[in-house]
Structures are given as structure tokens and as C-alpha cells.
Write a protein of this length. Structure first.
Length: 83
């Protein structure tokens, strides 16, 4: 199954590891360190030009998505990705 993350980006549900609200970057030191490390290794991708509302972690890339984490979670459970 697949999950639409916004724009033209679609991932396989089997690649999904986690979905977070973008505010976690400001409220959690560990999350900020994780995203910083991903940026340094060039494994971060912003989807579209809209402001990011969620962070989607996959096996190989961290995505900034303009779609809310609640909506993405619904999509992932609807299509059987599980959380």
C-alpha cells in the first residue's frame, strides 16, 4: 500500500517508521538532534512550498510534509501501514 504525503510525494507504507507533528522539533531535544543529523547526511526532503505541519520518518528519508500528522496517521492506518 501507499501513503500520499503531499505534493507529488507518495511512499510505500512498509517504508514508514513514524509520523510526528512538526512542533516536536522545538519541544524535544532528542528529536531536534535526530533531524539535525538527518539534515547533515542529506536525508531530509521538504514536500512542496507550503509550511511543514508534520515530520515523516521512513527507512531512508525524513520528510517535512504540509499535511497534518493527524491526517497522515489516518491515511496510514486506513491503508494498513499501522503505527
Amino acid at each position: 500500500m501507499y501513503i500520499h504525503l503531499g505534493g507529488e510525494k507518495i511512499i510505500r507504507s512498509s517504508e514508514l517508521i513514524a509520523i510526528f507533528d512538526v512542533s516536536i522539533e522545538k519541544s524535544s531535544r532528542i528529536s531536534k538532534q535526530f533531524v539535525t543529523a538527518a539534515k547533515e547526511s542529506k536525508k531530509v526532503e521538504s514536500i512542496g512550498e507550503e509550511e511543514a505541519k508534520s515530520i515523516v520518518v521512513t527507512k531512508s528519508v525524513v520528510y517535512y510534509s504540509p499535511i497534518s500528522s493527524a491526517t497522515l496517521k489516518k491515511r496510514s492506518t486506513t491503508f494498513g501501514a499501522g503505527m
